[in-house]
Design a protein around this ligand. Structure first.
Ligand code: GTP
Length: 604
């Protein structure tokens, strides 16, 4: 395909602002799918994925579009090839988003005309601008009675730096304005440029595990040509793969002989694990391949760690299998076995962020039917010792005992968008989370963008929930990693009868250590049943106890209530007590029901 007729674009939008609906409408108008098939949202349909034996979910679709001759003032009449590339709209996947953007020349900024822009969308807009994409601002849902296109057109125009009149207005649902948008895409999106005679270089912007085909890798060709006869090389590792198939998605996969400059498509090599086909890597040919990879490859590094334990110890092998299965499709997921005195056998799992963690946990529970306990999430700390040695701590239990010179914690740049009424309460919240206000801008009269630098460790606790509840759900948050800072951190241990309970240890700021200790001790006091003997609960930093509670002893005579008589009732009670015992976890001589761990860990 002649690059001059190619237009590669993506859609940046907040959840529910109508990206899928708009994509469907475009597929219908371009004739790629007929109206009947478009009825159910095409790009999201899992059954179709199964039917075709390939994951066509989003990623990239090729659509022909003819600008009619009577439309000459809008765009040069003729037939064009549009590639719509999907961007994951997820706060933890900024890197994946940035690679999808690299594959495009333009981005549609799609915003609900009744809602305005959200923090996540704004963050992605900045990424797109940083990648030098042409931005096409579009307001969606203009058919809604509550739409306020005047207000939000001004907001978008201010952000993009255009005239409010140039903000397009569409209804993805009714189709109003969408043909005009397709013409504008042709007109405004620059055609791709690349060196057709150079050795091939293609950017991997997505890679998906498919049960039938193995890994399907989505690429954008920058230079040269990828042919189905090539053996290809992944430039980050030098691994060579046989190419089994190259093609484009429109809307089913269509085999192609090759992909040239500017083209977007998929390739299949028979590898079974997405870690062998990493987002951001450069694909070249084995023979006469390129020597310089495309810039910007980053190996995914986990930012948040948490322990995951099956509530029923027998589920451990199932959990391991489930994690291995998830990893096939999630190159960023890392895990290793871990043993906890309190929780038994489990895994230490690394995630890109909190949402990644939630999604993973949710999938493990739903798709694999597992009941899990997770320990409080923690970030990665760098600890510098007095003797000059340095170590990286991904688990509170690894926190060193000796003399510590400095602890460094990761920080993030956070963007919060909110109605201006809530500025006060947001500032207060960020203050308690050790945040530093970097700047504040009004997007419109009553909406404000606040920029903070915050310790990542404070965000992984309950920051997002608190932000939502303080702003009645109106504020939105986005964050990105932004280096490290030295901080006054300590490890707080929780001891039951003098035995530390590893699952409850936490690395917290010195000023928060006392309240963490008091909170955990009083929670556990209520959660752990009385034993035959008194059980002290202590919170300690090293050998220094900072909080203490006592569980008073009880003579646990379950039969006391039974006034002698009824023998069946007696037996029942005894059996019940026995069953209860079996599930208890023992900390030293103290028996703790698993529910106590779950409850104690749930709100920290
Ligand atoms: P995710 O798939 O969750 O990311 O959402 P999305 O951004 O793809 O939004 P989706 O297309 O699923 O639309 C969200 C809701 O808005 C759906 O109920 C749509 O029917 C509705 N919607 C989308 N576009 C329009 C529109 O132009 N007008 C109206 N009235 N509703 C729309």
């Amino acid at each position: 395909t002649d690059p001059a007729i190619l237009r590669n674009f993506c859609i940046i939008a907040h959840i529910d602002h109508g990206k899928s609906t708009l994509a469907d409408q475009m597929l219908r108008l371009t004739g790629v799918v007929d109206a009947r098939a478009a009825r159910a949202q095409y790009l999201d349909r899992m059954d179709i994925e199964r039917e075709r034996g390939i994951t066509i979910k989003s990623q990239a679709v090729r659509m022909p579009w003819t600008v009619p001759a009577d439309n000459a003032e809008i765009a040069e009449p003729g037939t064009y090839v549009l590639n719509m590339i999907d961007t994951p709209g997820h706060v933890d996947f900024t890197y994946e988003v940035s690679r999808s953007l690299e594959a495009c020349e333009a981005a549609i900024l799609l915003v609900d005309a009744a809602q305005g822009i959200e923090a996540q969308t704004l963050a992605n807009l900045y990424l797109a601008m940083g990648a030098d994409l042409h931005i096409i601002p579009v307001l969606n849902k203009i058919d809604l009675p509550g739409a306020n296109p005047e207000k939000y057109a001004a907001e978008l125009a201010g952000l993009v730096g255009c005239d409010p009149a140039d903000v397009l207005r569409v209804s993805a649902k009714t189709g109003e304005g969408v043909e005009g948008l397709l013409n504008e895409i042709v007109k405004q999106t620059p055609a791709p440029v690349g060196d057709a005679d150079a050795p091939p270089r293609a950017l991997i912007f997505d890679s998906v595990y498919d049960t039938y085909r193995g890994v399907v890798t989505y690429v954008r060709v920058i230079d040269g040509k990828l042919s189905h006869r090539d053996r290809i090389k992944m430039m980050s590792t030098g691994a060579v793969h046989e190419m089994l198939e190259v093609g484009v998605i429109s809307p089913e996969p269509v085999k192609a002989g090759d992909l040239g400059v500017g083209e977007v498509g998929y390739l299949i090599t028979g590898v079974k694990d997405v870690r062998q086909s990493r987002v951001g890597d450069t694909v070249t040919s084995q023979h006469n391949g390129a020597t310089d990879a495309l810039g910007g490859y980053k190996h995914p590094n986990p930012m948040v760690y948490s322990g995951l334990y099956p509530i029923d110890g027998d589920d451990y092998p199932t959990l391991r299998d489930a994690l291995e299965r998830l990893q096939l499709n999630d190159a960023a997921l890392t895990f290793e076995p871990e043993t906890s005195g309190a929780l038994g056998f489990g895994f230490r799992i690394g995630f890109l962020g909190l949402l990644h963690m939630e999604i993973t946990r949710d999938r493990l529970e739903r798709e694999f039917n597992l009941d899990l306990i997770s320990t409080a999430p923690n970030v990665v700390y760098e600890v510098l010792m007095d003797d000059g040695s340095e170590l990286v701590v991904t688990n509170p239990s690894e926190y060193p005992e000796g003399k510590i010179a400095e602890v460094r914690e990761p920080v993030v740049k956070a963007t919060i968008l909110s109605p201006s009424d809530y500025i006060g309460t947001i500032m207060e919240l960020c203050q308690t989370k050790r945040g530093n206000l970097q700047g504040m801008d009004y997007l419109s009269e009553d909406r404000v963008e606040m920029r903070y630098v915050l310790p990542m460790g404070e965000i992984v606790f309950d920051f997002f929930d608190q932000l939502k509840s303080r702003t009645k759900g109106y504020a939105s948050l986005d964050y990105e990693r932004s280096g490290e800072q030295a901080a006054d951190l300590v490890k707080v241990d929780i001891l039951l009868q003098g035995e530390p309970v590893d699952a409850f240890s936490a690395i917290v700021h010195k000023d928060a250590a006392y309240s963490y200790g008091v909170m955990m001790a009083s929670k556990l006091k209520d959660l752990i049943p009385r034993q035959q003997f008194e059980v002290p609960i202590q919170a300690a930093i090293g050998a220094r106890v900072i909080a203490r509670e006592n569980i008073r002893a009880i003579r646990k005579d379950v039969l006391a209530k039974c006034y002698g008589g009824d023998i069946t009732r007696k037996r029942k009670l005894l059996e019940k007590q026995k069953a209860g015992k079996k599930r208890m976890k023992n900390i030293g001589t103290v028996e703790v029901p698993p529910e106590a761990f779950i409850a104690a860990l749930s709100t920290t």
